[in-house]
Design a protein around this ligand. Structure first.
Ligand code: HEM
Length: 481
């Protein structure tokens, strides 16, 4: 069903394409411009009509009433093709059972174990750098988050399976956003990209099924998420009854959800943090002073977390400015009312944490990078429902504590060893054409803080296969915060 056209429409629509061109050219500016148009704004993207909900109280209504505003809409309908029916994508009718069964894997008591892996992965990447290197920050941070995800989800999986999954993940992530806006018929055209995408989808599913089969055969509790999923029982179902435990297909879909939800979000959040610190040296100095005072042997641990307040506030503020989950969609399951207007069943609804986080009425001086917003004496002034980094309502992120823990430990562990300086002349832009919002073109130079790193002139070629910045870079001014 089409969106109700009595809603005010965003300006700049052109015949047939609607707002697609405006959105594709600069989706973040487009989203930021909409609250000035109305509380609920009609847009048209490719074949999709949608309503963008801008008013905070209406956004809350959408997120809290997940029966009426169910998972769906152009983002999640296409994501389901490769994520399957896991916790992040499943409809309301399947959600409560899945959440009940999976929640114990994210219990507070599991975090110290996961934190050990997080610290180890960050330390390994920080140890692999040499002073004076220009590193591809997003690639390095993704190595940390991917390594941690693999270690906490399926620690016992063979390394070749983990590596092939990692490669497939990147292919799928890049492809899904592009396909999202294509009409299904255009998407069916067997281009090279489409074939690569389809192969990655088939292979990743096969890889996960192989890991599940190995775990089932072995029966050892590895203390990871896979072991928890295999043991998960629905407490409301009789033992042995249909649906009392998770099937292989359900476990596969959960694993896909976790892989995507954790790798991309945390890798990108950490990258933005370094970008912002490079532009705010005084905040970087406060970070370094904190880790020097708190960390015992240069690696942040779970026990250090309560004292890493500056680090945590930097992470929180970074994700306010650049929320990895920048766009969420829903679909209405019945005719309903929103802001006093009728919204027909089957309408696509868009909520944007990015848009919300950049509203001047919710966050004074919203474009300013100000980690102290999140200091205890000020954090209480953020209006209820305005902070959407992890979403809200029953579909709120299940990995929020995991994500904050990993980002804080990784930032602190790296900051203990390294300062990262911007590479002059590099143009860094926000690249939203993915499920998570990341920086494009972010290369930074490593400066050793403890005298252990070798100087730039000592530097030999990398041997780990990860990328380094080209030695000559275009002189393009940076923009942003
Ligand atoms: C900094 C890191 C993270 C960010 C910014 C983030 C963001 C989000 C957001 C915004 C949502 C809500 C989506 C919606 O309402 O449509 C969400 C849901 C979800 N996230 Fe995260 N996430 C992060 C880390 C993680 C991690 C580490 C995991 C798992 C290992 C995870 C798993 C999930 C799952 C399964 C859902 C769906 C929950 C449900 O519907 O019940 N996330 N996340």
């Amino acid at each position: 069903m089409q969106a109700d056209h009595s809603f005010v429409s965003a300006p700049g629509a052109v015949p047939l394409l609607g707002h697609t061109w405006r959105f594709l050219r600069d989706p973040l500016s487009f989203l930021r411009s909409l609250p000035a148009v109305g509380d609920i704004v009609a847009i048209r993207l490719g074949p999709f009509d949608a309503l963008v909900v801008c008013a905070p109280e209406l956004v809350r209504q959408v997120l809290v009433d997940d029966r009426t505003f169910d998972k769906g809409g152009f983002l999640f309908d296409r994501s389901r093709e490769f994520l399957g029916n896991g916790l992040g994508t499943c409809p309301h009718k399947d959600h409560r059972r899945q959440r009940r069964m999976i929640q114990p894997a994210f219990h507070q008591a599991r975090l110290p174990g996961y934190a050990r892996e997080m610290s180890a992965q960050a330390r390994a990447v920080a140890d692999s750098w040499r002073s004076g290197q220009a590193i591809d920050v997003l690639a390095e941070m993704t190595t940390i988050s991917l390594g941690t995800t693999a270690a906490t989800i399926f620690s016992a999986a063979p390394s070749e399976l983990r590596e092939s999954l990692a490669a497939d993940l990147l292919t799928l992530e890049g492809g899904v956003f592009r396909r999202m806006l294509l009409p299904p018929r255009a998407d069916a055209v067997p281009t090279r990209g489409k074939r690569r995408y389809d192969r990655a989808q088939t292979r990743s599913r096969q890889s996960i099924h192989r890991i599940i089969a190995d775990y089932r055969a072995d029966e050892t509790d590895h203390g990871d998420l896979m072991s928890m999923l295999l043991a998960a029982q629905d407490e409301l179902a009789a033992p042995g009854a249909a649906g009392a435990s998770l099937s292989d297909e359900e476990i596969r879909d959960q694993v896909m959800s976790f892989l995507f939800a954790s790798t991309d979000t945390i890798g990108k959040a950490l990258s933005w943090a370094w970008y912002l610190l490079g532009r705010h040296p005084r905040t970087a100095e406060r970070l370094h002073a904190e880790v020097d005072a708190v960390l015992k042997d240069g690696t942040a641990t779970f026990e250090d977390l309560p004292r890493l307040e500056v680090t945590r506030n930097i992470v929180t503020e970074t994700m306010r400015l650049y929320p990895p989950g920048w766009l969420l969609t829903r679909t209405t399951t019945v005719d309903t009312e929103l802001g006093g207007r009728l919204v027909p069943a089957g309408t696509d609804i868009v909520v944007s944490p990015y848009q919300m986080h950049h509203r001047a009425d919710l966050y004074p001086d919203p474009e300013r990078f100000d980690p102290d917003r999140w200091a205890p004496e000020r954090a209480g002034t953020v209006p209820r429902g305005a902070h959407l980094t992890f979403g809200g309502g029953a579909r709120k992120c299940i990995g929020d504590a995991y994500g904050m823990t990993e980002a804080t430990l990784a930032l602190a562990t790296i900051a203990a060893r390294w300062r990262l300086e911007p590479v002059p002349g590099r143009k860094v832009t926000a690249a939203p054409y993915a499920l998570a919002l990341g920086p494009k073109g972010l290369y930074m130079r490593t400066v050793a803080r403890d005298g252990r790193g070798r100087e730039a002139s000592d530097r030999g070629p990398r041997t780990d296969g990860r990328s380094e910045a080209p030695s000559t870079v275009a002189q393009v001014p940076q923009r942003g915060h």
